[in-house]
Design a protein around this ligand. Structure first.
Ligand SMILES: [Zn+2]
Length: 465
């Protein structure tokens, strides 16, 4: 044991640091770990296998191998990477679409128009683009609530391939084809699981877990039951879109007994949006241990409404935050998402204490990690967890004097203040530039492919008329 690590506010150390790779020092650190709400000036050491080996106040006193790169973060903030509990990564290709529509007309304009015109490679490039964009905005772990549009199983699974080849950590929820017999669904699911296991077994894999994107609720109740059976057999969590559009709340609420009967309201499962709940639904959710993803940017854009998050938290419902797809949030920016959510609650309740900056930061990190079932790996800066963190510069662009770091981050900062994004202890984004892939080239490819999709849609429309 390295005894010097025990001095002062040092939080913990590991005895063997032979593979240390990056040491960040002199940073103002907010770990967001349980019981550590007070920031301190100190260091973080990540080993070459991507784990946090040491974090503490003051100067790091241990031995360092020559190969260590030392980053001086004097005057900067070091925080965990954000975790987004609900996302559709491919949607960055379709920003700004149907800007004056609520959910169902918006779905009509996107999914049931352009989604029917995807071709080979579209899901791959769109998903890669979305993952790169999120990482540049400081989201180091995402819940990829993947979506099956028109097209083949192979085309759909390109989204998994794209994420597996990129560093952003992810949970992939599989949207099986429920328009087939249960046996065929199970066969496809088994193939997905085999693929997932192979991806996760690769060294340095970015995939944290598979999951189930359950859609049976929406018009196919026998398949909801099958989805829940499969989730239970493989020990996976499931997520559901639920109680989003205001004008459909009565129909949605009427489906609650179906969710209860299918065993969907249980620990490990979560509801995305979950806005127009009733007392009964909240009580059942708390009792069952299911969580929810709060998505303020998307809920604002689609005029869906504001979930009563303080009440959910008071009842003990696990709450995470998501930026949702970029066709409904437009920019997958956790800074904007936190600000939008916190301010909306303050407007609604006319109470400035209804949610604090620190609380909303915790929801977008540990809260999301908990809902996703990966809180042992990401969401806070603690020894043994993945070294996923952001270095924020309050002076570029200038945001003023730094009184309270969490307040400063939530009230004044944007993704422009991100100096660096690290995933698994490796620098992935430097001053806004994603290092693994050329964003300009990916952007060009995406634009070319979107233009082709629009052309195919227009051609099929003119063929119909
Ligand atoms: Zn969604």
């Amino acid at each position: 044991m390295n005894t010097r690590c025990l001095a002062g506010l040092a939080l913990a150390c590991l005895p063997a640091l032979g593979s240390a790779q990056v040491l960040v020092e002199n940073a103002t650190i907010l770990t967001l770990a349980e019981g550590q709400d007070t920031p301190f000036t100190g260091y973080l050491l990540a080993t070459s296998d991507g784990a946090i080996a040491a974090i503490g106040a003051g100067e790091y006193q241990g031995e360092l191998p020559i190969a260590t790169s030392v980053v001086d973060a004097q005057g900067k903030l070091l925080v965990p990477g954000f975790v987004s509990a609900h996302n559709h990564l491919w949607q960055t290709a379709f920003r700004g679409l149907a800007i004056d529509d609520v959910l169902y007309p918006w779905l009509q304009a996107l999914h049931w128009t352009y989604g029917d015109n995807f071709s080979d490679g579209d899901f791959y490039w769109f998903t890669l683009h979305g993952a790169m964009d999120q990482l540049a905005h400081g989201i180091t772990t995402t819940y990829s609530h993947s979506q099956r549009l028109g097209g083949s199983e192979e085309q759909y699974l390109e989204s998994l391939t794209a994420e597996a080849g990129f560093s952003q950590h992810f949970v992939f929820s599989y949207n099986g084809n429920v328009n087939q017999a249960p046996a065929a669904y199970r066969k496809d699911f088994a193939a997905f699981m085999a693929k997932s296991e192979a991806i996760m077994a690769a060294p340095g894999s970015s995939m944290l877990a598979p999951a189930v994107h359950s859609v049976g609720l929406h018009g196919n109740l026998p398949m909801l039951k099958v989805e829940m059976e499969v989730a239970a057999e493989y020990g996976l969590g499931a997520q559901f879109h639920y109680l989003e559009q205001f004008s459909r709340r009565a129909e949605d609420r009427a489906e609650w007994p179906d969710l209860m009967a299918a065993g969907a309201v249980r620990k490990g499962n979560s509801f995305a949006h979950f806005i127009h709940t009733t007392d009964e639904i909240r009580d059942d959710t708390a009792a069952g241990g299911a969580g929810m993803s709060w998505n303020p940017l998307s809920n604002g854009r689609l005029a869906s409404g504001l979930a009563d998050i303080p009440d959910y938290l008071a009842r003990g419902i696990p709450v995470g935050m998501g930026v949702d797809g970029a066709a409904s949030a437009d920019i997958g920016d956790p800074f904007e998402n936190m600000r939008m959510g916190m301010y909306a609650l303050r407007m609604q309740h006319k109470d400035a204490k209804i949610m604090s900056p620190l609380q909303v930061m915790k929801l977008h990190t540990m809260g999301s990690a908990g809902v996703m079932g990966v809180a042992d790996k990401v969401g806070s800066l603690e020894v043994g967890k993945r070294a996923d963190f952001l270095i924020l510069d309050p002076d570029s662009p200038a945001t003023g004097a730094l009184f309270y770091p969490a307040a400063h981050i939530v009230a004044t900062m944007s993704a422009d203040n991100i100096d660096a994004v690290y995933v698994d202890g490796k620098l992935r984004v430097n001053n806004g530039e994603v290092l693994e892939q050329d964003m300009d080239l990916v952007q060009q490819e995406v634009e070319r492919r979107v233009a082709a999709i629009v052309a195919r849609e227009n051609a099929s429309k003119s063929g119909e008329s």
